[in-house]
Design a binder for this molecule. Sequence first.
Ligand code: GLN
Length: 287
Amino acid sequence: MKKIVALLLAGTMAISLAACGSSSSSGEAAPAAEETEEAVEETEEAAEETEEAAEAEGPLADGVLTVGTNATFPPFEYLGDDGTPDGFDMALIKAIGEKIGVEVEIQDMEFSTLVQSIGTKIDIAIAGMTVTPERQETVDFSEPYYDAVQYVLLPVDSEIRTYEDLEGKKIAVQLGTTGNFIAEEIEGAELATYDKATDACNDLVNGRADCMIIDKNPAEVFQGKFSDKLVAVDGAQFSFEVENYAIAMPKGDTELAEKINGALQELKEDGTFDQLVEDYITNYSAE
Ligand code: GLN
């Protein structure tokens, strides 16, 4: 974006130079005409450059990849000790940024606004985001990088065991997530929706919901944090299907998609990806 403004300014300056040229040398017709011609050429060149810059605009052109996430989803994203987003996804996208030579800038926002913000507020999103056909109508996804399934978090004394047991229950979910979509399908369920997964969990712990539906890894982290109060049950027991996490990208930006997929592939081949899984997911410890 910065580049375009600079080039537009250059174009405008060329035009005003042309204007100055012709007025200051109004007596000598020939040189003034020449100068004007030159100035026009310069203006045209500047205009062409502006067009090129506009075409090359985007994360790869300005060197900054603006990445949206929602830092309430450990171990994939959470706020680190310094108050900035940390976690597996953050480490992964920074490693990808390094591979493709762009600076990564993280923006922490509500999960439910991520998909619609791609192409405006943010360039891409990484947020433990499941590939779904609905989201694919708006964005493209990278190659999947992690498998997940929804889990059911229950108070230790809960009698919920099967899908039917969920019917008519008060279910806490994070707004706009696959857990939210699954809960919507449950007969008679009353949904309590939250922008932050951490707030949904706190309400479950405080008895304001009968259960919570959330992805496996964060479910395990939350269970570990409140191990005397919560149990985490594998969604397979409720017939929930396997989901795949991928990076959400602007629709049709094949150049960006190729770079991101290429970097992801390289990180898998050189062992970095597995190392990040070990550091951030296997060895995650809630303080
Ligand atoms: N995987 C879930 C989804 O894509 C939840 C993601 C999240 O809450 N960050 O909807």
